[in-house]
Design a protein around this ligand. Structure first.
Ligand code: FPP
Length: 246
């Protein structure tokens, strides 16, 4: 039997896929290990899916790596996630360069520890000329945070006379979001069987297709990703129109 990959129609792939990587903790606990062990193995899945996206020629892959709410986790777990980020970025930047992947981050940068921010900025700078896949890590990110920040910036611009209230359209609002340089995702995937969006890209997924996988993130592999893409290709995206109009 061939791979699911062979069934994909290459010119009908989504341009942008967003992923809620969930289930690291449960994966580790099932094995009688600490949640941190699950995050460490989650890195393998990050590598696999980034590679799959780059090989397929997708334009954008956005991963929910750490939410605003994740700061409330036990300090030990937060610290472990932060050092995992630093070590992964240090070890993977070369691979990103080799594969023409551009690193991008969204979220509250000032909320991150200085050493994490420095590593991210170094890697973003090093990969900034790459023209292949844009890999965006959402870190200390939540949609409500982002929308509130955008609103504050708009208020300041109105106060300073840079813009007028009646000039704020859907498109203009979009330019104030941290995702201003990304197209909206056509597909959002969540792993681990949870059926929630958890404050991720709420504005941007207005018309996205949603796909939920039972697989826990550390076990998520290329074939699982292809399966989601294949499912996406079977859907009819109507954007409010009727079937006949498409
Ligand atoms: C969700 O699983 C996962 C996270 C909060 C962190 C995701 C981080 C990684 C995959 C590793 C580092 C990432 C990069 C980009 C280097 P969970 O802990 O909520 O799992 P649970 O729902 O089973 O408790």
């Amino acid at each position: 039997m061939g791979s699911i990959k062979d069934q994909l129609i290459l010119d009908k792939l989504p341009r942008h896929v967003a992923v809620i990587m969930d289930g690291n903790g449960r994966w580790a606990q099932k094995k009688g290990n600490s949640r941190i062990f699950g995050h460490q193995h989650g890195v393998t899945a990050v590598r696999e899916i980034t590679e799959a996206a780059a090989e397929l020629g997708l334009g954008y892959l956005t991963l929910y790596a750490f939410s605003t709410e994740n700061w409330r986790r036990p300090q030990r777990e937060v610290n472990a996630l932060m050092s995992l980020l630093v070590s992964t970025i240090s070890s993977e930047t070369k691979t990103l360069l080799k594969n023409n992947v551009k690193l991008n981050t969204i979220g509250c940068k000032e909320c991150l520890p200085k050493n994490v921010l420095k590593k991210l900025e170094d890697s973003e700078k090093a990969t900034s000329e790459n023209t292949g896949l844009t890999l965006t890590l959402a870190l200390s990110y939540s949609s409500r945070w982002e929308i509130v920040e955008a609103t504050k910036k708009i208020a300041v611009d109105i106060q300073n006379g840079k813009t007028k209230t009646n000039e704020i359209t859907d498109e203009v609002f979009n330019t104030y979001l941290t995702t201003y340089n990304l197209p909206d995702p056509e597909l959002m995937i969540r792993t681990s069987g949870e059926l929630r969006i958890s404050n991720f890209l709420l504005w941007q997924i207005a018309y996205s297709e949603l796909y939920f996988s039972e697989v826990l993130w550390p076990d998520y592999r290329k074939e699982d990703f292809y399966e989601a893409l294949l499912d996406y290709q079977k859907r009819e995206r109507r954007f409010g129109k009727t079937s006949q109009q498409i």
